[in-house]
Design a protein around this ligand. Structure first.
Ligand SMILES: *Cc1c(COP(=O)(O)O)cnc(C)c1O
Length: 237
């Protein structure tokens, strides 16, 4: 049962919050539902979860059409500029902004749809060549530039830590993210609301909470392993 998975995750979130002396309310759990059918989302939704994460524009769009309850949809995957127009009025928050060009496109489409789009700046904290995200040295400058866009509201930072064997090995990256977050926050850039630090996934969310994450993105621990290639549907177990 997915409910049991969710309860187990909740317990771990709560324990990590207690270890860190933080309130449970200071951490938002985003259920990452990518590749999973809407029936599974609804099961989790019925347990009270309102935040869902998707990494593909098309998949997010079709799910927002099928599930009409008011949920907060987080776009957590790489976003191509030509797809911004499809999600700018559907996403509660875009976690993956890493260039001025992308932000400019979001500005253009958000203005057209008369919305203000909340975004996080994705940071490539491990300096990995294959990863999206801005190098940490460039994050502040990027935010200063995006701050000028009236329909794009920077709300904080996001990262995907490099894959590690032991979650403890990710701690240093999360510490660096927290430090970067605090430095940029202290700048008090007009128009920027540094409130969210999106970091931590199934393998490392407890360490991320201990290091200050305000949003964790958990897929596998809630929905089970993803099967790529084979399309999943409600009637395949
Ligand atoms: C898939 C994904 C997650 C969730 O990963 P799990 O290991 O299944 O918890 C989190 N963040 C991003 C950006 C993802 O693409």
């Amino acid at each position: 049962m997915l409910k049991d998975n969710l309860e187990a995750v909740e317990k771990r979130v709560l324990a990590a919050c207690e270890r860190a002396g933080r309130s449970r309310e200071s951490v938002r759990l985003i259920a990452v539902s990518k590749t999973k059918p809407v029936e599974m989302l609804e099961e989790i939704m019925n347990c009270g979860v309102k935040d869902f994460g998707e990494n593909k524009v098309q998949e997010m769009c079709s799910k927002t059409e099928e599930i009409t309850e008011p949920l907060r949809w987080h776009l957590i995957g790489h976003l191509q500029r030509n797809k911004v127009k499809y999600i700018v009025d559907k996403a509660y928050m875009i976690h993956s902004v890493d260039s001025v060009r992308l932000a400019r496109e979001i500005q253009k489409e958000a203005e057209k749809h008369r919305v203000v789009c909340q975004v996080l700046i994705e940071v490539n904290i491990g300096g990995e060549e294959t990863k999206d995200g801005v190098p940490k040295e460039e994050a502040a400058a990027l935010i200063r530039e995006i701050a000028a866009f009236p329909n794009v509201r920077v709300k904080g930072l996001m990262t995907i830590a490099p894959p590690v064997e032991d979650p403890e090995e990710a701690r240093g990256y999360f510490k660096e993210m927290r430090a970067l977050f605090e430095t940029i926050k202290a700048e008090k850039i007009p128009g920027v609301e540094m409130e969210e630090l999106s970091m931590g996934m199934t393998g490392d969310f407890e360490v991320a909470i201990e290091e200050g994450a305000t949003m964790i993105r958990v897929g596998t621990a809630i929905f089970g392993a993803r099967q790529y290639g084979a399309p999943e549907s409600a009637d395949t177990p």
